[in-house]
Design a protein around this ligand. Structure first.
Ligand code: SF4
Length: 372
């Protein structure tokens, strides 16, 4: 037994209190109605860094379209990304797509049920493999993720930086040590539910917590100090420009490269510009288009400004109309990372968030213009 862990009696009491609380308070969630490991896996990937209420409609649409690994494997990447659009962290969707292909190639289309095979799937780490197999098949595997890290920190009165390897190792050992012999899927879900719903980062609802009498952090009133607060992110302002380039009622879009933000998604040609006030200058637009895609353009009017955040950047995106000049149109036709799309086709193409906002703006203004 590692030093500093509670006694066996403490653990028995903890399991009993937690299970009783979960029996009365578990939320009804669509993925809790299944023991299909594939569906549990879809929910677990979607829930990474994303809130439950955001995930529910995405999960329902996704599993309706891709109810089995083989259907996900056969789908075009654009279709998978379109289903994912708006959920963020698009790498998850691309890795799921790859994982589905691996499931078909190596496991005959059946989601694997042994830990090593699940762990070998793209985008799956120790937490996800443990969560899927314990929830779907009641395998006796521990879990450590954001909500439980906070809960374990407080139960263990762990004051160190939770991101350190030593801290992570401690949490995994603790998670393993408290597992019941049976019912691990329920138990793991109860831990996550308690972390998410009661043991919240700010102002945990200790008065409703079933294990408060066992919690040293509660006893000492240290909830705001444990876990140690993260360092504040230093935000950086950025300015970017996007171009709306028309040809025969079609608009130019480009596929974001594998090393770019939004890899695999489509977007309007977009590039950074200097952070100055007022309009982006013509030469900034001309040079930006040239550097991004070797495009020679004639800038037009600004049509929209969008503000949004990506990681630590607060971005002001200035959207301009532009025309191609010279011989560009011929060379562009041969590039697979470029498409000319009608407004209707844009609706079926996976775009990043600002790309979708801009596409909707163009569509709405076209309709208004045509009605005049
Ligand atoms: Fe978290 Fe409060 Fe419960 Fe302790 S008593 S586990 S701090 S909610």
């Amino acid at each position: 037994m590692p030093v500093g862990f509670p006694s066996s009696a403490w653990k028995r009491d903890f399991r009993r209190r937690l299970n009783r609380w979960f029996g009365k308070n578990a939320r009804e969630l669509p993925w809790r109605a299944t023991s299909d490991p594939y569906l549990v896996w879809v929910s677990e990937i979607m829930l990474q860094q994303t809130q439950v209420r955001t995930v529910i409609p995405y999960y329902e649409r996704f599993v309706e379209q891709f109810p089995r690994p083989s259907l996900l494997a056969e789908a075009a990447e654009d279709d998978v990304l379109r289903r994912w659009e708006g959920l963020g962290y698009y790498r998850r969707a691309r890795q799921m797509h790859k994982a589905a292909k691996q499931i078909v190639a190596l496991h005959g289309g059946d989601f694997p049920t042994d830990f090593d095979s699940v762990l070998a799937l793209p985008g799956v780490g120790r937490y996800t493999a443990g969560a899927v197999l314990s929830i779907a098949l009641d395998s006796r595997l521990p879990i450590v993720e954001a909500n439980t890290i906070r809960l374990y920190s407080r139960l263990l009165e762990h004051r160190g930086d939770v991101a350190l390897t030593a801290s992570q190792n401690r949490f995994w050992e603790f998670a393993e040590s408290i597992l019941p012999r049976k019912g691990c899927g329920q138990f793991n879900q109860a831990l996550m539910e308690l972390g998410a719903e009661i043991c919240k980062p700010k102002a945990p609802i200790c008065e409703s917590c079933p294990v408060r009498m066992q919690c040293p952090t509660f006893a000492q009133g240290m909830q705001s100090e444990i876990p140690a607060p993260k360092r504040k992110v230093a935000f950086e302002d950025r300015r970017e420009a996007a171009l709306v380039i028309w040809r025969d009622n079609r608009i130019l879009v480009r596929r974001c490269g594998d090393s770019e933000r939004w890899a695999g998604l489509w977007d309007f040609p977009r590039f950074p510009v200097a952070r100055e006030v007022g309009e982006v200058t013509r030469s900034q637009l001309v040079n930006g288009a040239k550097q991004l895609m070797k495009l020679r353009i004639k800038p037009g009017a600004r049509i929209l400004r969008l503000r949004h955040g990506v990681t630590r950047y607060r971005i002001s995106l200035e959207c301009y109309e532009a025309e191609l000049v010279g011989e560009e149109q011929r060379t562009l036709r041969e590039d697979k990372a470029i498409r000319w799309l009608s407004i209707d086709e844009l609706a079926d193409t996976p775009l990043n968030t600002t790309g979708r906002q801009l596409a909707r703006h163009i569509s709405a203004n076209r309709i208004v213009a045509e009605e005049k």
